[in-house]
Design a protein around this ligand. Structure first.
Ligand SMILES: Nc1ncnc2c1ncn2[C@@H]1O[C@H](COP(=O)(O)OP(=O)(O)OP(=O)(O)O)[C@@H](O)[C@H]1O
Length: 247
């Protein structure tokens, strides 16, 4: 018998029985999920199935109507806005489809920003930011402004900014959704490499099977709840050669 994937006994992040409605729309209907330390989990599903809402609840951006969200044993759904903002600054990294870089700041300053907000000195922040720009292959662009970057470069800068604080969890909502397939592949490969290197967990929302193939495990949402089981199914490994074939 094929062994069934088991949830990590002490997940870094977990949610159970989440519900969330917007007016009469039930975005989440009893959704549960567990994310292990260092795990890359893809949340997939049709448009409107509740993927982004689930990510927002897990990241403490949205408060569920009912159910529990726990981060390292702390109830996020019961935490105040100040604590949730603090966690997003210190423990979580967030990246969306459009990187949301600050257009007036240089690439380097964009990546320094979360460190400066966390109280680090500028010189130390710049050293760290340059390291992460290097890891994502965009150090040469450090002095440019976001408007001068290609879509792929901009998204890799956004990923560097999400990881520069050394978060435990990165929430990535369609991080390659605005990119062509090659740029998307490069950004995903860089993200997975960096996360595995630093032991960062990633919650990855995507509707793209090729992006989901980078994950360790996949949970499919349908109508606001996971199918077929709360703990998801492992994603079959996809070799780089197969990925090339698919692009
Ligand atoms: N802020 C909001 N106000 C009103 N309705 C919302 C809001 N956010 C989400 N919804 C609704 O909740 C449902 C789930 O939306 P959600 O964005 O979570 O789905 P999704 O799976 O991420 O979709 P997509 O893949 O299209 O981004 C949808 O019917 C959506 O219209």
């Amino acid at each position: 018998m094929t062994p069934q994937p088991q949830p990590n006994p002490v997940p870094v992040l977990s949610a159970r029985d989440l519900t969330k409605s917007y007016g009469r729309t039930e975005a989440l209907r009893g959704a549960g999920i567990e994310l292990a330390a260092g795990e890359i989990l893809a949340v997939t599903g049709a448009s409107g199935s509740g993927k982004s809402t689930l990510l927002h609840c897990l990241a403490g951006i949205v408060t569920p109507d009912s159910g529990a969200v726990s981060y390292q044993g702390e109830r996020l759904d019961q935490a105040g806005e100040r604590r949730r903002t603090e966690l997003r600054r210190t423990d979580f990294g967030v990246v969306f489809q459009f990187g949301q870089l600050v257009p007036e700041l240089t690439v380097l300053d964009n990546v320094c920003l979360p460190l400066l907000l966390g109280g680090q000195r500028r010189a130390a922040a710049a050293v760290k930011a340059e390291e992460w720009l290097e890891r994502f292959g965009v150090r040469a662009q450090a002095g440019l402004r976001p408007g001068e970057l290609s879509g792929g470069q901009g998204q890799r800068v956004a990923l560097a900014r999400a990881l520069v604080t050394g978060p435990s969890v990165v929430f990535a909502d369609e991080p390659t959704g605005a990119l062509d397939s090659l740029a998307g592949e490069q950004a995903m490969a860089a993200l997975v490499h960096a996360a595995k290197d630093s032991g960062t967990s990633i919650l990855l929302v995507t509707h793209d099977a090729r992006v989901a193939a980078y994950a360790d495990r996949e949970v499919v949402l349908r109508d606001g709840a996971p199918v077929p089981s709360q703990f998801g199914t492992p994603v079959p490994p996809v070799s780089p050669a197969q990925r090339q074939d698919q692009s």
